[in-house]
Write a protein that binds this ligand. Structure first.
Ligand code: ADP
Ligand code: MG
Length: 244
């Protein structure tokens, strides 16, 4: 998928300035940059939670022009293919873990409950949460809740998984349990776009790094060059140093 020359304005604030970025299928694109630089706005544009004022979006050859009104059919189709995982999990608190995971497949994909439950159990096993189907979210640690949120997103079988600082709320040992799941998904070639402040993990998992500053793409390339001591961009070097 690809965004071309997108602009987003909130009030008087020009939040995204002529952003052009490609997010290759089967790869892990990691977005980094200072707080408030526009990373979440880009991620939300991919999922159409945010609508840029102008620019184009190419999703598997389907072209969207943001200056035209989007149809709800278009929105739904793209939302299905871009599963979102948020920093604060956003699980349904009154539903068990299993019911959280089957919600999308049963309600949106109209899958039968039995089939959806089988799928959910498979996914919960994959994220190391097989024994927690009957538990409510408030009984889970943050790391466990986030793994359930990942299983829930995967239950819709999205082409892309979009993750907005999925481990920022977690202690290091709980963070590790989530990072392991992401590495496993990367190994399986799940397409992902990940925002993180964990530079060591970004270096480990990224096929491609994007550095955003003040709504602009400052770097778009391989992780080796980005993290190299020879990176000619002093601001990027300072940023990495400040984060590690
Ligand atoms: P990041 O994820 O890199 O921290 P964001 O994309 O969340 O940055 O935000 C970029 C800028 O847009 C920030 O200045 C933020 O305050 C502003 N912003 C984000 N969402 C909104 C909104 N819904 N209304 C007004 N301003 C917003
Ligand atoms: Mg953000």
């Amino acid at each position: 998928m690809k965004l071309t020359q997108i602009d987003k304005v909130y009030g008087k604030k020009h939040v995204l300035k002529n952003v052009t970025l490609e997010f290759p299928a089967g790869k892990i694109t990691v977005m980094v940059g200072p707080s408030g630089s526009g990373k979440s706005t880009i991620l939300r544009s991919l999922n159409l939670l945010v609508t840029p004022e102008s620019g184009q979006y190419d999703f598997n050859g389907h072209q969207i022009d943001f200056s035209q009104k989007l149809s709800s059919k278009e929105k739904l189709a793209i939302r299905r293919e871009t599963g979102m995982v948020f920093q604060d999990y956003n699980l349904f608190p009154h539903k068990t873990v299993l019911n959280n995971v089957i919600e999308g497949p049963t309600q949106v994909l109209k899958m039968g409950r039995k089939q959806a439950s089988e799928l959910a159990r498979e996914l919960l096993a994959k994220v190391g949460m097989a024994d927690y189907g009957d538990v409510y979210p408030n009984e889970l640690s943050g790391g466990q809740a986030q793994r359930v949120a990942i299983a829930r997103a995967l239950a819709m079988k999205p082409q892309y998984l979009l993750l907005d600082e999925p481990t920022s709320a977690l202690d290091p040992e709980l963070e590790l349990s989530v990072l392991k799941v992401l590495l496993q998904l990367a190994h399986e070639k799940q397409s992902m776009v990940l925002i993180t402040h964990n530079m060591a993990f970004a270096k480990q998992i990224a096929d491609k790094i994007v550095f955003i500053e003040e709504g602009q793409v400052i770097y778009d390339g391989g992780p080796e060059e980005f993290f190299s001591a020879d990176n000619p961009n002093g601001r990027i070097k300072n940023f990495i140093a400040s984060m590690t």
